[in-house]
Ligand binder design. Structure first.
Ligand SMILES: [Mg+2]
Ligand SMILES: [Zn+2]
Length: 184
């Protein structure tokens, strides 16, 4: 069983843009590349889990979403980080659809765990919304709230994160330091 870090996209990896639908407007948050490099080097698989309700609301097409992810993957690859399309999980639904994959529901996390043989106890969920933290708790993962993006201000769920970090880089440093301490 391997370990993974499940990272939210908007407001955590890249700058929050309301219903991002233009690849040109995709911009990584400062330190994100270094964070991904550090985590990968430490043996964590990187998995992206993102709610994309804009798809069912008609604010973004699947082609636009794929173009954004292609650009993101190219930027990461140029920096030595290979994020496979199979490692990107998105929910296309809006909350009224009552699906099982929209965070805080955990279907995308469970599917990823099955696909890659991931041990929840060794793994983390990082996100900028309380729905990310609630999903992490429901899935049995350790959770880190970042203060970028919404920084928890959506306040929809009362779930308390295992840790609060300034940003993704700060979260990665915390994860690695903690692993070194517990020696696992
Ligand atoms: Mg987010
Ligand atoms: Zn869904």
């Amino acid at each position: 069983m391997s370990k993974a870090v499940f990272i939210d996209r908007d407001g955590t990896l890249n700058e929050e843009v309301n219903y991002l639908n233009d690849p040109a407007k995709f911009a990584l948050i400062k330190g994100s590349l270094e964070a991904l490099k550090m985590l990968t080097k430490d043996g964590f698989r990187i998995i992206l889990v993102t709610n994309q309700a804009g798809l069912s609301k008609g604010k973004i097409t699947l082609e636009q979403l794929e173009a954004i992810h292609s650009r993101m993957q190219r930027i990461l690859l140029r920096n030595g980080i290979a994020l496979a399309t199979e490692e990107i999980f998105f929910c296309p639904h809006k909350s009224e659809d009552n699906c099982e994959c929209r965070k805080p529901n955990v279907k995308n996390f469970k599917d990823a765990q099955k696909r890659f043989g991931i041990d929840a106890e060794k793994s983390y969920v990082i996100g900028d919304k309380t729905s990310d933290i609630e999903a992490g708790k429901r899935g049995g993962f350790k959770t880190i709230l970042v203060k970028t993006g919404y920084g928890g201000s959506d306040a929809k769920f009362a779930a308390i994160p295992s840790h609060v970090a300034k940003d993704l880089l700060d979260a990665a440093k915390f994860i690695i330091a903690r692993g070194a301490k517990t020696n696992d």
